[in-house]
Design a protein around this ligand. Structure first.
Ligand code: UD1
Ligand code: CA
Length: 454
């Protein structure tokens, strides 16, 4: 089996400079969804028909091993498949997919392949209430398909047909090559219709089977931002449903967005309005509070992430507490039992077991040992305007509130830093280090009084 994906359409109604098929569903270009589904079928050949000026499309899918066929002018779906012909073998079948129909399911395509055994033609059709805009499936008295008629070419009677052509079809290659050569554009739209091969198949005695998708949305196409948003919601509800089936508790399955791969353990609870991007792993019994964004991160068992936290490219150990309002930036590696509180930002730092940074702090380029307590408002001054420098805080150290740790600097094991210190040099083991002006009081001091005006 070979596969052709039609992706040359302009997408005028998107009102966007981005080619239509690159608009994203669940964070991935629509075309990427279709390519991934096609690839799972392991086709002999995959050919993507792209449009004039679609170099952006090729670049966006540069990692895919496939053939690219340029369709300079969009002269119709038949013409588009013609562009792919040189890439297609003489035997076997070709599955035609659309780059702007992203939610087609593997199981449906598999059914088409099964129905196509023995070089049959297979059409994916659907019965709909409103067939406006679609090609209609015309059958004879014995219910055999005899043609597809486009709406603009249809008679009044044909327009009443509710069985529509979804556009996805499986075509036997040995006929395809000569059928496409015989297409004409003598029709209402002046286009080369791929659908005209159906009539040719009937004339050549090729059997035509039809398959229906389990869900109508599988064949919904995107021509506007409205339709893009509709498919996004449908897809997200599907993903949420899959999570529920796996035993995740979603406080509202309509308010979660998964833009990547989410791996979850047992008894995970996810509150509303969370966004998961890239590859995220949540261990057993992890709880994620509302309005949290987690991207490319691993959160180990029993950890709680409270509301409004933002985690990216980070690892959090077991039994930890993050947030609310915490920010873990790339390279934040937390051991187990760590507490990161509100308005704390951690970047490229290791934080040892049981350590706490609970309030209003910035920790960047730091190595923090075990059992360390970092007081409120502590800042690792890691940047001198040119270079980044490291801060080391060894096991059991206690950093008083409001401290500035000017890197490079080491706070040794068990050291205590007095609140409000600006630490620029080594703070020795087990000692109290203070670096601040001594407090003075002036007993005879008077508050200034208001000047008297006569
Ligand atoms: C086509 C079918 C119609 C079916 C409908 C389903 C034909 C003649 N008609 O309609 O029976 O009900 O799809 O949506 O096939 N494309 C190209 N190059 C072209 C033309 C189209 O790559 O020259 C691509 C489009 O980007 C799109 C797909 O083919 O992905 C379908 O094109 P579109 O114009 O949306 O469909 P219709 O031709 O109106
Ligand atoms: Ca068209």
């Amino acid at each position: 089996m070979s596969c052709v994906i039609l992706a040359a359409g302009k997408g005028k109604r998107m009102y966007s400079d981005l080619p239509k098929v690159l608009h994203a569903i669940a964070g991935r270009p629509m075309l990427r969804h279709v390519v991934d589904t096609a690839m799972t079928l392991n086709p002999e050949q995959l050919c993507i028909v792209y449009g004039h000026g679609g170099d952006l499309v090729r670049e966006a899918l540069a990692d895919v091993s496939c053939e690219w066929a340029l369709q300079d002018q969009q002269l119709g779906t038949g013409h588009a498949v013609q562009m792919a012909l040189p890439a297609l073998p003489e035997t076997g079948s070709t599955l035609v997919l659309y780059g702007d129909v992203p939610l087609i399911r593997l199981i449906t395509l598999q059914q088409m392949l099964d129905a196509g055994q023995g070089d049959k033609m297979v059409l994916l059709t659907d019965i709909v209430d409103d067939a406006t805009g679609y090609g209609r499936i015309v059958r004879d008295a014995d219910q055999r398909v005899i043609s597809i008629v486009e709406e603009k070419d249809a008679s009044e009677a044909e327009r009443h047909i509710r069985e529509i052509n979804t556009g996805i079809m499986l075509l036997p290659n040995k006929h395809l090559h000569q059928w496409l050569g015989r297409l004409s554009n003598q029709n209402a739209q002046g286009e080369y219709y791929l659908t005209d091969v159906v009539g040719m198949a009937v004339a050549d005695g090729v059997e035509i089977a039809t398959v229906n998708p389990a869900h109508s949305w599988e064949t919904f196409g995107v021509n506007s931002k409205v339709q893009l948003a509709e498919l996004e919601r449908i897809h997200q509800l599907e993903l949420a449903d899959r999570l529920l089936q796996q035993g995740v508790t979603l406080l509202d399955p309509a308010r979660v967005d998964i833009r990547g791969q989410l791996e979850i353990g047992r008894d995970v609870i996810i509150d509303v309005n969370c966004v998961f991007e890239g590859k995220v792993v949540l261990g057993d019994r992890v709880r994620v509070g509302p309005n949290t964004v987690i991207k490319d991160a691993e959160i180990a068992a029993d950890t709680q992430v409270a509301a409004f936290s933002h985690i990216e490219n980070a690892r959090v150990g077991a039994d930890s507490r993050i947030g609310p309002f915490a920010r873990l930036r790339p390279g934040a590696h937390l051991a187990s039992g760590v507490h990161i509180g509100n308005f704390v930002e951690i970047k490229k730092s290791e934080i040892g077991e049981g350590s706490k940074v609970n309030h209003l702090s910035y920790v960047g380029d730091a190595m923090i040992g075990k059992g360390v307590n970092v007081g409120a408002g502590t800042i690792t001054c890691n940047y001198d305007g040119v270079n980044k420098h490291n801060t080391v805080i060894e096991d059991g150290a206690f950093i008083g509130s409001g401290s500035m740790l000017v890197a490079p600097v080491v706070v040794a094991k068990g050291a205590t830093i007095g609140a409000g210190s600006t630490i620029t040099r080594h703070a020795p083991e087990d000692q109290l280090t203070l670096a601040r002006a001594r407090q003075i009081s002036i007993p005879a001091w008077k508050r200034p009084a208001k000047d008297k005006i006569d």
